[in-house]
Ligand binder design. Sequence first.
Ligand SMILES: [Zn+2]
Length: 454
Amino acid sequence: MPSPSTPACACPPALLEDVPLVIRLEREVASEFREQQRLRLEEKIRAVDASLAGHVPCCAICHRPMKNRGRKRSSFFSRFGKITMHPTKYICAPCKIGVRPLIDALGVEMGRISGSLARLLAVLGTVMPYQLAAHVAFLFFGIEVSAMAVWRAVQRLGEACDQYQEAQAAYHTGAHAEIGEPDAAPQVVVAGVDGCALGMQVRTTRRHRKTADEVLPPLPPVEDGHFREVKTGVLLLPSHRTEPSPGRRALVRRVLVTCLGNADRIFDHLWTKLILLGWLGSQTIVVIVGDGAEWIWNRAALFANRCEILDFWHAMEKAWEFARLRHGEGSKTAARWVSRIADDLRKGSVEAVIARLYTLKARSPEEQDKLDGLIKYYTDNACRMRYDEYIRLGYGIGSGAVESAHKQVVQARLRQAGMRWSEAGARRLLALRVLLLNNDWSTLDRLSMKSFAA
Ligand SMILES: [Zn+2]
């Protein structure tokens, strides 16, 4: 039965009779040359192998020449399909170690998806759920892979990336690290921080089906205490803010960092990024924009030359909470009341706003609580609410960039319906998302895949 809003139609919609010729030709070429590409890759690998012949490696422990134990067939999965080769194995019996120089030279992992294919699968798994990523991999590269293969690529490369980022932070925040004076350090850099909770798995082991068609019961809802905080930090230069058309703001460049859990770490990562970017000179003012969360201001002290700003929109939201309670949801009086506060705060008259709040008479204990909360929030943060000055200096007053960054890093991939994460799984995926969103994906080409514990 057609629904009343749909006009009746006599015949079903038609698809094209045939797939357009150009698409068929493209696919023909791809399948013709795919085998040639695979063979050519094997040929190039044989050439590398030949170039290694005669070089007897020395043991890494005792430094004596190692013993040739002959060749053994092995394979890996490349962008062009399965590659077979016969690398020579050398061993040092007393030290109990073995090497296969060809495998090391290539940087592949035997029996596994390696090289550029692993990185392509990881990029798909970084932007979309693993099952969907496996499907898209087929559409793009004509390669059939399982969701598990995508998951594995993300875990192995994500672990490598996370370890690298952690090591960088450990180095640059360590006592031994020298803080140079970068050539073109900016006068001002804005750093914003935001956080959200992520539902974590309660189980310590993965669930496995006993038979292929066993349906696993749904996961229990996430209970309190099974959330971990994800923090996102964003760095930008005020000079990179543009307004391409009136009212539409854009950013030329912003740099993201993220971490799961420990609040201290996000500031370590911000610090490290600033050093790596050459954005932290001895005269650079670090403008820190945050909500009222105490931990942000406690850690902000890391930057000697700083300006702390309470995010204007958080300041407004607090006013709205009280206004809605006092005047009712959607009331014009509430809107007028909040808008006057906004105007005054923009003018830098936070003291006048607080004084006015003190003259209000609450009409219920609940209202009194909210009012007290609002007064305390503005009083505690008054020194971070000199919005007239921040506007004049071009620092900006809101963390819109942080919120949108946070949504892109976390929400868009990790907070979809029913998603639950293991600590390690979330950590690895976040590391890769930041790499991708920062336009640094090519860094992965220079990191070896890491084995991991699920
Ligand atoms: Zn040895």
